[in-house]
Design a protein around this ligand. Structure first.
Ligand code: COA
Length: 375
């Protein structure tokens, strides 16, 4: 390719890398929609399993389909005994995202995908079993227990809390985790989804695509931002400190985690939804003061940089108020986003073309090889 035809785009910004019928993100007049349904409507009216079905099967389920789908996911929660043994061997101090990455890859060894396999089955299996892998490993190493993965909880959110705490969550906690899972479910060609599509484009298997996506999501510029945002909020004990602290960080050119977005320029449409939940469930919590601290960080960021919170910022507070340990925040993103990744893997396979861009060469001019003895 001649140099004049190369469009230089740092980080592929503004590059349209393919067709997709799954989600609109930042398209003027459309906002954020999953298969044509507006995110505010879904967050208000739908439940997570309904949204997962929509992403994977293209239409909203009927009442009976949703009921059966929830039962089906419940039946897929148990994990193979060999996987449990392997999870026990992973050190307790491992990053939980690394546990999910390994857990996904290992499940692909125990239940490999065959060429004739139904990809929806693998998608549902991972959707149902990520919480099981994560919390089996977590309890084995942190509370010395081999927990049972069989619960009566109907919802994925309720099951997550039950496995974590050994008891039912409050209706508010279950509801706001469910909303958060809806908001995290899908977001077009973000880094992890694009990773999944790139791996899929080589005709590799489902588990390899998801394992790669988990690796991409782990970084603090992507999914890891929710844990980093919590660490930021916890640095301050009052709003006065925030004013000074954030301005100092900005003066030092530090990134403020949980702020900014590659696609959105004015706001993240998901942020206000989750912020409302953070405010609601902060009331009466021993760390209620974190909410005004977070709001002040938002205010200073807007005043100083015109940069807004993304979904990760107030999600961190919601998870904290729900009593979820910070190191499990990014794994929750996986537990939800598997629905979007899977939809993209299936879509990529339907009309596959190897993803293989070219680079703009900036290396040395041609030069003569120097034999080893002469160097
Ligand atoms: N804190 C401070 N400054 C920020 C910022 C943040 N969170 N996000 C962007 N900026 C600044 C950059 O420093 C840059 O300033 P400059 O032009 O003076 O160099 C400018 O805004 C443009 O940012 P850039 O890094 O080019 O944007 P991007 O599209 O490449 O990055 C993110 C997008 C999301 C990676 C970036 O906003 C970021 O790192 N945010 C924090 C991590 C995060 O929350 N990730 C989750 C994303 S959903």
């Amino acid at each position: 390719m001649g140099e004049s035809t190369i469009k230089k785009t740092g980080g592929l910004a503004d590059v349209v890398a393919g067709d997709s019928a799954i989600c609109t993100c930042g398209i003027a007049g459309k906002g954020l929609q999953y298969r044509g349904y507006e995110i505010h409507d879904l967050a208000k009216e739908a439940v997570f399993e309904e949204v997962a079905w929509l992403l994977l099967r293209e239409e909203l389920p009927r009442r009976q389909e949703l009921e059966q789908y929830r039962q089906r996911l419940r039946a897929l929660r148990e994990i193979p005994a060999g996987l449990k043994t392997a999870l026990e061997l992973i050190p307790g101090e491992t990053q939980p995202m690394d546990v999910l990455r390994t857990g996904c890859s290992l499940l692909g060894n125990f239940e490999p995908e065959f060429s004739a396999a139904d990809p929806l089955r693998t998608a549902d299996r991972l959707l149902a079993s990520f919480s099981s892998m994560l919390l089996y490993w977590y309890h084995f190493h942190h509370s010395g227990k081999r927990i049972s993965l069989v619960t009566d909880e109907k919802t994925l959110a309720g099951n997550f809390f039950y496995l974590l705490n050994g008891k039912k969550p409050s209706p508010d906690h279950e509801h706001c985790l469910d909303v958060s899972l809806i908001l995290y479910a899908e977001h077009e060609f973000n880094a992890s989804t694009f990773t999944a599509r790139t791996i899929t484009s080589t005709r590799s298997d489902f588990y390899s695509a998801v394992t790669g996506a988990i690796g991409a999501l782990r970084g603090p510029l992507h999914g890891g931002a929710n844990e980093a945002a919590m660490a930021l909020i916890q640095q301050y004990s009052d709003t006065e400190e925030v004013e000074k602290g954030i301005r100092e960080k900005l003066a030092n050119k530090e990134l403020i985690m949980g702020f900014g977005h590659r696609v959105y320029t004015i706001s993240d449409p998901r942020s206000d939804i989750i912020k409302g939940w953070a405010k609601k469930i902060s009331v009466g919590h021993q760390n209620q003061h974190f909410y005004p601290i977070a709001e002040r960080i938002e205010k200073v960021m807007w005043a100083e940089k015109k940069i807004f919170p993304n979904l990760d910022f107030y999600s961190a507070l919601v998870y904290h108020y729900c009593g979820i340990p910070t190191e499990l925040f990014t794994p929750l993103f996986v537990i939800s986003r598997i629905s979007g990744w899977a939809a993209h893997i299936i879509e990529q396979r339907k009309n596959n073309k190897l993803i293989r861009p070219t680079s703009h060469y900036i290396g040395p001019e041609p030069r003569k090889y120097i034999p080893l003895a002469a160097r």
